[in-house]
Ligand binder design. Structure first.
Ligand code: GAL
Length: 673
């Protein structure tokens, strides 16, 4: 226990070393299987097990009738086997009796239709009935197990907001009004912030304000933005209500699993992170993306950002395929270990999986698990055992932090605001632009901390600002001050356009960064998908161009054709003691990498990894006394990387160079220089 964080006592990790863990759903199996599970968990060296994630219907089979017999046995079995418990509060999915007796807890979609039980998380975040029934269960669970010596961590609900973040029923409408009242004080304040003089939307009374239900035309974008904020805050309030109950009965750390992943953007985790005792994330490879492995690295760096640079916990990932994508790809040999160690390289001190034993029934019966349907005479089980041994060898890395002097800004609020209903180009996706910038850095061998726009940037040499569409005056001023003091920034298009109320920063684009960048944008000139324009620096741009005028900046590349021949596409501006670059079009990956390479060089950043296609990742973790170099080889050829010290995965001394076979990872405890 080291420092105060959130409401609880901040304990970096519930288990020492680099923990191996999993979700365990024994209620799906007969008790004979539980004994076998314990034997196999010991064989696999499982340190931490999450139970009671979906326990409600078992613990409270009828209203106010509690039955803890099954969970008692499981908790005791795990304890006897010296396995620590990550105890779920059990509230993630209500039992059928609750929604049958109280259908008002069911969520409503934006078209006014009800979402029924039969899946999971069918509850409205603003439902008072749901909240009071859930908190009553939490009280019982916390009372019973709060002081149990095996319970090392508390797991509130599960992936809050995965399915039910936005509810549009009358209970949510009332809660939204209360939230708005608190934020704006008066209806006039609300009218001003939402710009309701447009389209006759002026409100005269709070009772007239609605959640942004499905409408006939584009909805008020500030209302949509506030509804995102409200919905995130509403679930955070719910999380804190559960925490308050659990905290009365335990000193153990309390958290919940975030979803820092490509396809979910419901919660503003910058506001959540200070409220959890340790940051935990669920990450699944998303093969709907161009480069799922690059996204893994990005998500890990962003999770570390949420943890303020401190170690964090990978609460869920899969051993092999998931079951919820259109095509659920299996992992190749070694891929699960390699990806696990990529998370560790980027700051994870615990590697956990969904789930222990593959379900025989239910909607996730095709999801991979540590123990597959085929049992333990399988390659995947043998790989689990190898992972466990490898993590044990890396125990000494725990507690160290990732070393880098580059940051990238990320904002859920910008994500929400930039993807409004009526905008210059529907083809511009926030995450896509962020991923492009991230990939350029990764392909140059540079690791970035992914941080909030409110972070103190002083310690970074370089800050990348991709598509930061929404930025407050205050945040923009801090970024400018950072550059004036000698920092370097690279800003990409569609940044700095609106303030926190989704109001345009007037006077020319990109309003918030106009002076910093030394340019004035007069008009957006987006391009239809597929259309490319040439650049005099070579290569081409697509998707977006702008009628830009230079004020103090110099042009580094101009368009040679298309709608804006001769107009700058890439600019550089000396600002105070630093430099600010702007990229006004979507460069090809190679073109963006060229610009980023120049900026990285000018900022004096030394890439750790080799330049390439990103398949070799090199990351350093350390703490001033110790230093560990991770070399991850996702590629198909051997890599030889400079390093001297002891290589921990194989336990060998390396002098000058460490060979990393294709698909493998090496971790060198570096000799102090
Ligand atoms: C997560 C969830 C788990 C399981 C897993 C499957 O969303 O927390 O319960 O559903 O995904 O990938």
């Amino acid at each position: 226990m080291t420092a105060q964080r959130g409401q609880g006592v901040f304990s970096p990790m519930p288990v020492s070393g680099i923990a191996l863990g999993c979700d365990y759903n024994p209620e799906q199996w007969a008790p004979e299987v539980w004994r076998e599970d314990m034997r196999l968990m010991r064989q696999a060296g499982v340190d931490l097990v999450a139970v009671n994630i979906f326990g409600w219907a078992h613990l409270e089979p009828r209203p106010d009738e509690y039955d803890f017999a099954g969970l008692d046995q499981i908790v005791d079995l795990l304890h006897e086997n010296k396995i620590k418990i990550n105890l779920g509060t059990g509230t993630s999915s209500p039992p059928p009796w609750l929604s049958t007796r109280h259908p008002e807890i069911l969520p409503m979609a934006q078209d006014g239709t009800t979402r029924y039980p039969g899946g999971r998380q069918a509850w409205c975040p603003s439902s008072p009935v749901f909240r009071s029934r859930a908190l009553a269960l939490v009280e019982r669970v916390a009372q019973r197990y709060g002081r149990h010596p095996a319970v090392a961590l508390w797991h509130v609900s599960n992936e809050l907001g995965c399915h039910n973040a936005h509810c549009y029923d009358e209970q949510s409408a009332e809660a939204f009004r209360r939230w708005l009242h608190k934020r704006y004080g008066t209806v006039e304040g609300l009218n001003d912030s939402w710009g309701t003089s447009f389209w006759s939307q002026r409100y005269d009374d709070w009772s007239e304000v609605q959640p942004p239900r499905q409408a006939l035309s584009a909805r008020n974008p500030a209302q949509l933005l506030d509804f995102h904020r409200f919905s995130s805050d509403e679930l955070l309030g719910y999380y804190l209500d559960e925490v308050a109950v659990v905290r009365r009965h335990t000193d153990a750390p309390i958290t919940t699993n975030f979803m820092v992943t490509a396809h979910i953007r419901n919660l503003d985790y910058w506001t959540w992170a200070p409220e959890v005792d340790l940051v935990a994330n669920d990450h699944y490879l998303d093969h709907r993306l161009g480069d799922a492995t690059a996204e893994l690295a990005f998500a890990a760096d962003l999770t570390r950002g949420l943890a303020g640079g401190q170690p964090w916990m990978l609460m869920e990932q899969s051993v092999g395929a998931v079951s919820w994508q259109p095509y659920n790809l299996a992992k190749g040999p070694g891929e699960m270990i390699r990806n696990s160690l990529t998370h560790v390289a980027r700051g994870a001190d615990a590697v956990c999986f969904f789930q222990w034993r593959a379900s025989a029934q239910g909607a996730e019966k095709f999801h991979s698990a540590l123990v597959p349907h085929a049992g333990t005479d399988t390659e995947s089980w043998r790989e689990v055992l190898r992972l466990s041994q490898t993590l044990d060898r890396l125990d000494e890395v725990a507690g160290t932090t990732v070393q880098t002097d580059v940051a990238m800004l990320f904002s859920w609020q910008s994500w929400w605001a930039s993807e409004g209903e009526a905008r210059p180009s529907q083809a511009v996706g926030y995450l896509d632009q962020v991923h492009r910038a991230y990939r350029a850095l990764r392909e140059l061998g540079v690791t970035a901390d992914v941080v909030s726009p409110q972070t103190d940037l002083g310690r970074y040499r370089l800050v990348i600002v991709p598509c930061l569409h929404l930025v407050s005056e205050h945040e923009a001023a801090a970024i400018s001050a950072y550059v004036a003091a000698g920092g370097h920034v690279l800003v990409t298009f569609y940044s700095g356009i609106v303030d926190e109320n989704d109001r345009i920063h007037l006077g020319g684009y990109p309003g918030a960064f106009r002076e910093l960048l030394g340019i004035v944008g007069e008009e957006f000139v987006p391009l239809p998908p597929g259309v490319r324009v040439g650049l005099d620096s070579g290569g081409s741009g697509g998707l977006w161009t702008e009628r830009l005028r230079l004020t103090t900046a110099e042009a580094r590349a101009c368009y040679t054709d298309g709608p804006l021949p001769g107009v700058p596409a890439v600019t550089r501006n000396a600002y105070g003691a630093g430099t600010a670059w702007y990229v006004a079009t979507e460069l090809e990956p190679a073109g963006l990498r060229e610009v980023v390479r120049e900026v990285v060089g000018a900022a004096g950043v030394q890439p750790l990894g080799p330049e390439g296609d990103g398949s070799v990742e090199v990351v350093r973790r350390g703490d001033g006394r110790r230093s560990y170099l991770f070399i991850v080889n996702h590629g198909s050829a051997e890599v030889r990387h400079p390093a001297t010290g002891v290589e921990l995965v194989r336990g060998e001394t390396v002098a000058g160079v460490v060979p990393v076979p294709p698909g493998e990872v090496r971790v060198v405890r570096e000799e102090s220089p």
